[in-house]
Design a binder for this molecule. Structure first.
Ligand code: IDP
Ligand code: MG
Length: 156
């Protein structure tokens, strides 16, 4: 099972659509294993987005991400990293396909509602930045027998 870091950005929280976005992940069958509302510090935003430091949109991105509360989540499932990225849609709200979170809920290219880790390495790094180990819960979901085919001994 993979675990990925999802951030519902300040625009999603302010617009009151956290629940609708979380529902999409739950309905898909992904499991929320960590969740907290927080305000991201300058330092944390800079570390999280360090790969984008030289980009022209970087100052605006840091300002946006630290401007108001965000909801950070650890989301788990088979292939969770790619599944979540596909559910988010393309980076720009103006380009994201209908049916995706960014495609259905926004039009802006920078206020694009959601962050999701883009690789297993990024997920590991980002989860460590935002969660203490004890804040990620290995809770047993009783419905997993109907979400995954476990007849072969492993979840498929
Ligand atoms: P991603 O969030 O789809 O992985 P990245 O290229 O990693 O996209 O960019 C990180 C974030 O920076 C985006 O989600 C978006 O908020 C912002 N961003 C990226 N490119 C632009 C741009 O060209 N203009 C404005 N904001 C941008
Ligand atoms: Mg990215």
């Amino acid at each position: 099972m993979e675990t990925t870091l999802i951030i519902l950005k300040p625009d999603a929280v302010q617009r009151g659509i956290m629940g609708r976005i979380i529902s999409r992940f739950e309905e898909k069958g992904l499991q929320v294993v960590g969740c907290k509302l927080m305000q991201i510090s300058q330092q944390l935003a800079a570390t999280h987005y360090e790969a984008h430091q030289s980009k022209p949109f970087y100052p605006g991105l840091i300002k946006f991400m630290t401007s108001s509360a965000v909801l950070v989540m650890a989301i788990r499932g088979n292939g969770a990293i790619t599944i979540a990225r596909n559910m988010m849609g393309a980076t720009f709200g103006s380009k994201a396909a209908p049916g995706t979170i960014r495609g259905d809920f926004g039009v802006s290219n920078s206020f694009n509602l959601i962050h999701g880790s883009d690789s297993p390495e990024a997920a590991e790094r980002e989860l460590r930045l935002f969660f203490k180990p004890e804040e990620i819960l290995n809770w047993k979901r009783d419905g997993d027998g109907w979400i995954y085919d476990q007849s072969g001994g492993k979840a498929e």
